[in-house]
Design a protein around this ligand. Structure first.
Ligand SMILES: [Zn+2]
Length: 437
């Protein structure tokens, strides 16, 4: 890549005067053939011309948001066939079981496509979605494989074969999971804490890791999503990741039991997770609402130990998990809302900690998903988001408007900045006032 362009060079797109997540300001980004060709101070690219030019006005350009944990087969099904009265995880799973036989291919595809539209509007251009494989028809698998191809031009969708009712507990689940992988599902999933016994849970982890090793696939398990401190399947997952040489392609999702574990045990567990190269995916919106439900007061928060895992060098991402489904009646595909909640639940209000929360919905999940060409360096894919914020912390604070979304060098979505025209007694008339700025 030529990083020192001259006046004669024409680009497909140039973004002028952008701030970048690493703190650089007044930067220009030049794009050619769907890739970033140059990132340089404005003086170096002033003479260059782009077919399209976008003035960032000093605002933040970031690589796209990435959601490392979602359920696209359940999303936007809130109220079908009824709402979750208790709001608990177990009633949610039961409710999903009632809905499953009623699902149709068309409805699954329509809801998933609608959510992907929401995601793009929010600058969320990569999603890892679990897909339930316990329905022997594998209807949701077929629907989401279809959706994966439909959205490919604008959104990277990665699918996880997820035996929601338990690999060993649910009859036929192992065969269904194998068939789903044969059809092209990308990642091996599981739910060891939902098996009947701790021993069955550990056995399911072994089976799933061996399947992944044989097929050369990543592993991402719903792991220890419980307040029970005795739920230690993450230890088994790290053990098999080490034994089978799966470092860098294994993730433990939720890991909420770690919140309730004994500190001495955790002091041994976290180094094992780091050594095994296992990533952690917390889901703050869901963990803070679903966990601690058997507590009176004090009530546990239930999110895993995010800053401690980060300090040990573990990749920690924040996932959205649910939007308008049997488990969660809220959500809108806004990964800045996810980061905002994660920051609060983990009490990560230091400057570096807040920036780490921004990374947890951008670069870290991109690494966990193994996204090709992600980032803002020359040579990366020209996928990025212009935010109505000056830096990552302000972006989280304001859940900033996504002014423009760029995919492969083309602007695919725009949202006007949120402003208020104020007319207050005793105050000068103000128009286009950017609230909070
Ligand atoms: Zn989940």
């Amino acid at each position: 890549m030529n990083a020192t362009p001259s006046a004669s060079v024409q680009y497909d797109l140039i973004v002028r005067n952008a701030a970048l997540p690493d703190g650089r300001t007044a930067m220009d980004i030049a794009v050619r053939d769907g890739r970033i060709a140059a990132v340089a101070p404005h003086a170096e690219l002033a003479a260059a011309r782009g077919a399209t030019e976008l003035d960032a006005q000093g605002q933040l350009v970031t690589p796209p948001f990435v959601d490392a944990h979602f359920h696209l087969d359940a999303t936007l099904s809130f109220g079908l066939p009824r709402v979750n009265a208790s709001g608990t995880l177990l009633e949610g799973i039961a409710l999903w079981g009632e809905l499953k036989p009623l699902l149709t291919m068309d409805a699954l595809v329509d809801r998933a496509l609608e959510y992907c539209d929401w995601a793009v509007g929010r600058g969320l251009l990569a999603i890892r979605s679990h897909v339930d494989v316990c329905d022997p028809r594998l209807l949701a698998v077929d629907a989401l494989l279809h959706v994966r191809e439909r959205v490919r031009p604008y959104l990277d969708l990665q699918l996880v074969a997820f035996p929601q009712d338990g690999l060993l507990r649910s009859e036929g689940a192992l065969g269904n999971l194998t068939r789903a992988l044969d059809k092209g599902v990308d990642v091996v999933g599981g739910i060891p804490h939902f098996e009947r016994t701790m021993a069955d849970g550990a056995e399911s982890v072994r089976i799933l890791c061996e399947i992944a090793a044989r097929r050369g696939l990543p592993v991402d398990l719903h792991c220890d999503e419980t307040d029970d401190p005795a739920s230690r399947h993450i230890e088994t997952l790290a053990l098999h990741a080490r034994r089978l040489g799966l470092a860098g392609r294994v993730a433990g999702s939720h890991l909420t039991s770690m919140h309730s574990m004994d500190n001495y045990y955790v002091s041994k567990l976290i180094p094992l997770i780091a050594e095994a190269g296992v990533a952690a995916i917390a889901n703050p919106l869901i963990n803070i609402t679903i966990q601690g439900r058997h507590d009176t007061y004090p009530k546990r928060r239930g999110m895993t130990r995010v800053p401690e895992l980060m300090a040990a060098g573990v990749d920690v991402a924040f996932g959205h998990d649910c939007v308008l489904d049997p488990w969660y009646p809220l959500g809108s595909g806004d990964m800045l809302e996810v980061a905002h909640m994660g920051l609060h639940v983990a009490q990560m209000t230091g400057q570096a900690a807040m920036r780490a929360c921004f990374d947890a919905v951008t670069v870290t999940p991109a690494r966990i998903l193994g996204l090709d060409g992600y980032g803002l360096a020359p040579g990366c894919r020209a996928d990025f988001v212009l935010l109505d914020a000056r830096d990552p912390v302000e972006a989280i604070r304001l859940r900033a408007t996504r002014l423009a979304i760029v995919r492969r060098g083309r602007v695919i979505a725009r949202t006007p900045a949120a402003t208020a025209a104020l007319d207050l007694p005793g105050r000068p008339a103000t128009t286009d006032y950017r609230i909070g700025r």
